[in-house]
Design a protein around this ligand. Sequence first.
Ligand code: LLP
Length: 430
Amino acid sequence: MTGFQREAAALACDGVALDRIAAEHGTPLYVYSAATIAERYRAIDAAFAECPHAIHYALKANSTLAIARLLRTLGANADANSGGEIDVALRAGFIPSQIVFTGVGKTDAELAQAIDLGVRTINVESAGEIARVDALSRDRQTRTRIALRVNPDVDAKTHPHISTGLRTNKFGIPIHDVKDLCARAGFLDGVQIVGLHAHVGSQITDLEPLTRSARALASLAGELRAAGTAIEHLDLGGGLGVSYDGAPVPGARDYADAVLPIVRESGATIVLEPGRQIVAPAGVLLTRVIDVKTAGPRPSDLAPRSSDLQPPIRDRLFVVMDAGMTELLRPMLYNAFHRIEPVIQTDAPLVSCDVVGPLCETSDTLGKDRRLPRPEVGELYAVLDTGAYGSAMASNYNRRLLPAEVMIENGRARLIRRRQTIDELLALEL
Ligand code: LLP
């Protein structure tokens, strides 16, 4: 078994005790299991084995170089969402033909970077973007391979902030405009349409939106081919969710079983852009308790005992951690749930508490109404399933320093990113 397991009372990552890692590297600290990343990548690869496919890991989920490199050595390709992510992909050793470039607002400079490199495809999002890629390519006397990002008007039934496939969302080309656009693009010398792309959202745990989106792409591919466009690949995007609370959710095999019958017939190469599915359960955020305090009393608590049946609000505990929204934005931004567990299990009585961060915002809360063995100052906690969109979305708000990151490989802990220093943070300021 790989990943995060208890060995007696102590939580460990691939056999290495997390309290030892925290003692050496300090907190807040991200810890990743290389074995879990490998296992999860291979599960997707195996699930799609019967069909020509290419897995382009979505760097946005976690582009720490060591993680990007690990995925490359496993055989993954890359999905980059900005010029910066293209640079990261190159530094991680991906070659341009292994990179797809996606994103709703690519600047001319970013497009030129991708065109000059000769990435596998640029997933274009609008008629305007096709025109810009065409012009930039003709300037360079080259022809760029593009895929059309289709907006299939599918409700991903996930958090509205991460739903991208509805026609009211900013993403993609409205599905009914695609055929016309494709016909017009056929006359452009600077672009060659080679694929179709859709990504309808993230943390999707119901396969229906993913199959609807795949069906829309497959049928559109048939129509475009009939009209003379050689569609080589169908890019199904990412989006498959993980279980944050332990409840069962569809996995890579269920996803493949659902979409393969739809897309197989097309004979096209299937491109996938998974992010969260590979890395979310492969990481934890380690954080220590800084303070434990009770809420202020309500007036009724101060009054002589009344007929008030509710427990005194003084029973509400705040457990203040040394990590918060700067290290993990997801709870604040999407009301996302992450399990929070003591690294060393104690037999202290269970209490209800709010696990909060140290920042100057009430929404800086890692977990509300949690039942935990009564936390003590100095104790180490793990926030689970934070390998995706954790460190990648970290910020310097309140002048906090980006956390360190450690990867467990073959039973050894390796520092893959050291903690930022205040000098590094201020180095840009004049
Ligand atoms: N491809 C495209 C074009 C995308 O926009 C995304 C994610 C992916 C692939 C990867 O999706 P995944 O397999 O990871 O679901 N910050 C949010 C998630 C934002 C996802 C944005 N796009 C969160 O923490 O939940």
